[in-house]
Design a protein around this ligand. Sequence first.
Ligand SMILES: Nc1ncnc2c1ncn2[C@@H]1O[C@H](COP(=O)(O)OP(=O)(O)OP(=O)(O)O)[C@@H](O)[C@H]1O
Ligand SMILES: [Mg+2]
Length: 494
Amino acid sequence: MFGRRGNDDVGRPAGARPAPASSQQKTVDAALVLSAKPAEPSAPVTPRRAVEAPPLASEPRQVQRERNENYYDTKSQVFAALIDTIDLSQLAKLDPESAREEIRDIVNDIIAIKNFAMSIAEQEELLEDICNDVLGYGPLEPLLARDDIADIMVNGSRNVYIEVNGKVEQTSIRFRDNQQLLNICQRIVSQVGRRVDESSPICDARLPDGSRVNVIAPPLAIDGTALTIRKFKKDKLTLDQLVKFGAISPQGAEVLKIIGRVRCNVVISGGTGSGKTTLLNCLTNYVDRDERVITCEDSAELQLQQPHVVRLETRPPNLEGEGEVTMRDLVKNCLRMRPERIIVGEVRGPEVFDLLQAMNTGHDGSMGTIHSNSPRECLNRMESMIAMGGFSLPQKTVREILVGSIDVIVQAARLRDGSRRITHITEVIGLEGDVIITQDLVVYNIKGEDASGRLIGEHVSTGIGRPHFWDRARYYGEEQRLANALEAMEKRAD
Ligand SMILES: Nc1ncnc2c1ncn2[C@@H]1O[C@H](COP(=O)(O)OP(=O)(O)OP(=O)(O)O)[C@@H](O)[C@H]1O
Ligand SMILES: [Mg+2]
């Protein structure tokens, strides 16, 4: 059979070879990591459980099943014998399906020869685990196959957390050791031509399916490599689904649709993972199909449905510290690309200035997201980003720019029960002296919580009948729809 060095080898205790399996394992693992996977991100690796995964409903149980020390012990023995047996360079030449078959055959033999006592189900689980280790993302595979997970957070080899339904929970998933975890991280980032190790311990990357990845390795991560994955959702949430989840009321959603359509300049503000990018994506659905839209992102997450979209992505510096393309470079460049709208995935620094300039120089309907906890804080943050960017402008001028540029701030939040809600739709209406005046159109009022700890609340209109962007709505023929939505919300509140 392919790749074998003979069955005798299988029975021989790992370590009896001149280069013992245990010491070889780490380097071999790393070599495999780089060779066994196709380097081309556009050619996704088939073994990603999409094909073979058991039905979704059964997976969570499988993942959660407690694995005792015995299991990990058996696994490392089988793994060591496997590494000692197969010819890795040959394996790397096979397509993933055949490689998987090959590994399964050998592992079955190892289990039989070494006489490990295990049930068929356990054996199947071990086989899957080992195939994942060699060909895929190891222990992460079952988590990556699940669609209900928003984030995967790995804190060193022994602690893996996931976010499901807005709640963070610990899983029983473990890596063999820190080296295996680092190898898997290396495998992930090498697919986008990057490297993570002690000399460059911070790295952003993307999985072939589009999931956003961040790795920070030791010595910066003190207790072992920390890996964070924001799972990519192929079917992005829509505004109607957000209504179904209670993130916004139907009338509030109607107001947002109008805001998206009538080319208000919008900033979406919210904490980490509060749903900003999701909301931005939803709003872009209401951009007219004939508009030319340019998106700038650190890691392409947005999925615009319009035909005329140019997607741009920043680039970190290479190992020599050269070649970086910042968000500011992208936004500035956008202005020379005849955009009608500019969408900035996440505004973190001085690019805010360029975005604001674009907003008030004829690129109405531009949008961006910002990390902040309230509409007021969002304005303060933009002010400080401008100050930190080295623009020495008087405070009043900065505020005039803010007021002249931004029409609406939409605030997203993840509440303590894990639910994500839009808590404010706020207009920026002007300056009074040195103070920026805002008015809330819609706010989310929390009324209490039910027996299961879920927060109860509702979206209410603050009674503003004619928002500041009324004329704009009228220009697009949307004023009646806007009036109806606001009126319906007021009635609900009565
Ligand atoms: N209203 C919602 N209800 C349920 N899930 C949601 C909702 N909004 C977003 N999500 C999910 O929450 C996760 C985080 O959303 P998203 O990426 O939009 O957050 P973010 O604020 O942009 O995060 P980050 O600050 O990391 O960029 C995603 O998996 C998304 O599908
Ligand atoms: Mg985001």
